[in-house]
Design a protein around this ligand. Sequence first.
Ligand code: HAM
Length: 423
Amino acid sequence: MKIAAIKGFNDILPEQAAVWRHIESVFHRVLGAWGYGEIRLPLLEYTELFARSIGGETDIVEKEMYTFSDRSGRSLTLRPEGTASMVRAWVQHTLGAPAEVGKFRYVGPMFRYERPQKGRYRQFYQLGAEVFGDESFYQDAEMLIMLARFFHEVGVEGTKLHLNSLGCQACRPHYRDELQHFLADRVDRLCDDCRRRVPQNPLRALDCKQPACREVVAVAPRILDYLDAPCREHFAGVTRLLTAAGVEYEIDQFMVRGLDYYSRTTFEFLAGELGAQNAVGAGGRYDNLVAELGGRETPAIGFAVGMERLAMLVATAAGAPPTEGGVALTALGAPAIERLFPLQQELCAAGIRALLNYREKSLKSLLKKADRDGVRYVLIVGDQELEREEATLRDMSTGEQRTVLLTEVVPTMRRMIHGRQDN
Ligand code: HAM
């Protein structure tokens, strides 16, 4: 019997991996320029870390985590997101003296036991960033402007930024109470899920997709009306800077994040082309989490972009994936294969993609294969060429052909591919 991959766990094949690599390189370049240092965090953490940060009543903690006991009986969890680990690392290494700002970026797989569908997987990758120690609205605006810049540089236009503020520990409880009363009075019109949520987490009802719930919620109290003066000023600062920078946004007071740690600014970047799973990236402020996880009071903000979803948009934007270039060494017959074998090593050592057939095949099938492999050049060596220590070099993009000496192949390819003279 064949063994297949686990449901919701994907192989990223070379063509797709090339798109991912492109996205990652743009991500590292853009975030590097904005002063975010790279961090690599472990995939496994103590379960308690996620329960305490993401929130015990969230879908993620209640039913989506890959949790198991290790051999000594401790409960471990495959990380469902990166923020909790990043905060744990910040506190553990006291990265940064008091009042110092720390900016980090990360890329890696996350794991959630969700129902797989297009754009939603059980292992998925995030490109994320977190900033510690800066409470100003300039920091929120910087992150959003940078993200908009990243989407632009990676070739994705037309994502929509949805923005909201969840207030702080001082003003949100008041809103929560008001909303709870409002919903409790109309509980018979809500779906079963929302009814269950009202006592614990009434805000979750705000983004329920059921038409009846939407109707109720449409006239519910709005969070922005309940912000206290500092939260109002903060939010006004963020929107002012976004407008000045030309970053378009839409205020969305029904946006509720699936993680409990947020305060003040929250946001999602949406893309219609993605279908039901339309959030390509999301995040927000979490000014209380560092202290809740045992660190000193430290304001913080972050985001994560879903790699699979972004890659879908990049592939749509860029059309066909880029060809990889290089040269196909087309050896016609065993002696030619023998002769070209060391030449392939020299070319690869010079950083040139060089592919050689080890089995004897017809010229026609080798040329077809070279085309599929997306090489720029084909170097043909048959018995006659071999006798003269020569090869025929064909430029696949122009169809031009010329003869080169085998001893000249490496310097010639270097010049043509890297534009470098050999010394
Ligand atoms: P999140 O909204 O849970 O936030 O995930 C961020 C992004 O990860 C989503 O917008 C989506 O693109 C992608 N994503 C989430 N779940 C899946 C899935 N099952 N399959 C494919 N893609 C998925 C967070 O994770 C927060 N840690 C973001 C953050 C950082 N907040 C502050 N700092």
